[in-house]
Design a protein around this ligand. Sequence first.
Ligand code: FAD
Length: 392
Amino acid sequence: MSISPQVFENTKVAFAAKTDGDLQQAKVLFTLMANNRLVELGSSLAISALQFHLPVAPLFRWTVYNHFCGGETFEECKKVIRQLEESNTGVLLNYGVELKETDEDFDKALAQNKEAVEFASGNKAVKAVCVKPTSYGRLALFEKIQQGTKLTKAEQKEFERVKERFDELCSYAASKNTALYIDAEESWIQDTLDAMVEELMSRYNRESCVVFNTFQLYRWDRLAYLQKQIDKAKTDGYLLGAKLVRGAYMEKERERATEKNYKSPIHANKQGVDEDFDKAVALCLENINAVYVCIASQSEQSNLNAMQMMEEKNMEPGNKRVVFSQLYGMGDNITFNQAKLGFNATKYLPYGPVKEVIPYLIRRAQENTSVAGQTGRELSLIKKELKRRKGC
Ligand SMILES: Cc1cc2nc3c(=O)[nH]c(=O)nc-3n(C[C@H](O)[C@H](O)[C@H](O)COP(=O)(O)OP(=O)(O)OC[C@H]3O[C@@H](n4cnc5c(N)ncnc54)[C@H](O)[C@@H]3O)c2cc1C
């Protein structure tokens, strides 16, 4: 097999599961999302509607929600999961509810994640459950710890409870043989999160790889951190789980660095990010005996590079230590062409009550206007496939 640079151009494979109606609907959606003003207006209207408890959920449900989410319940997700499985594609399940503040909410998130682990353990198409650390504890608490500020007795207790929640989840996932991908968040809390996840990896990744940390390669210090983590895992005798992403909070990171007058942790330009991403993939593949890696990106070039690197190293496409992933609703030309070639292709599939997932959907829409070229790329692929089907 030789992987051609044109591998992702095959729209017949990319959209095989979509009807003409599905494609027309997706075309309208991406056309609307390409309009900055409309997305801005829609986002603020949605936020106000939520604040005033206006019934906007059905509108979201039939537009963005169905395109980017699996469903409100596991039962509803099953249909999407089955469809993906038919195309040899797995799922990373993510409870899409964001930013909560109370212990009660955090305990609910734990219960929800344990249910997801239970569901995943009985469904071989679900490859992992994704967890957002700020659904387990307060951002301000993580920040305070990172700053080295002394915690009050109550805060110490609060942090103990956060660690207990993580431990309970990891222990449960280990008993169910299910992988957990812990998301990376803002740099001003990430050291706290990294320290927690490192401890969990050392505890639970002895026989199999249960816990994965996330490495944001838009940060210029993460390649060195990844190398350090590989060395540490080798020395301590556990497996490193590494989800590689570019990073979702670029604007916020830069704004804060300017406002507080410190050096931005983000690369000065995209080229630096792209280079580090590909180097991180290479580093993981070179150390594959100690690493399980998830290459989580919608970049065609990075996916192609990773696939070609595997080929050069004579690695089987389906090597169980290497998983690829794109967001559900995007990058289908990458996912399904990878799956067809036998790579471990997956979709990151959010689920949860429509109303609660709206902030995630707003982020998707905003990202689609701010990530140069992505919406255009999705649209042009959809148009290409519609044209192909008409035979012109
Ligand atoms: C399965 C999955 C899991 C994810 N989990 C997380 C997570 O845990 N934490 C997280 O933060 N993100 C996560 N993301 C989002 C991810 O970080 C990216 O925002 C998103 O995937 C877009 O990047 P890309 O690699 O797909 O490709 P591209 O579209 O090639 O890259 C876009 C990205 O490049 C970077 N970038 C763009 N322009 C510049 C510039 N001028 N200077 C510097 N950098 C620039 C930004 O990170 C931007 O998001 C996840 C994505 C996926 C698919």
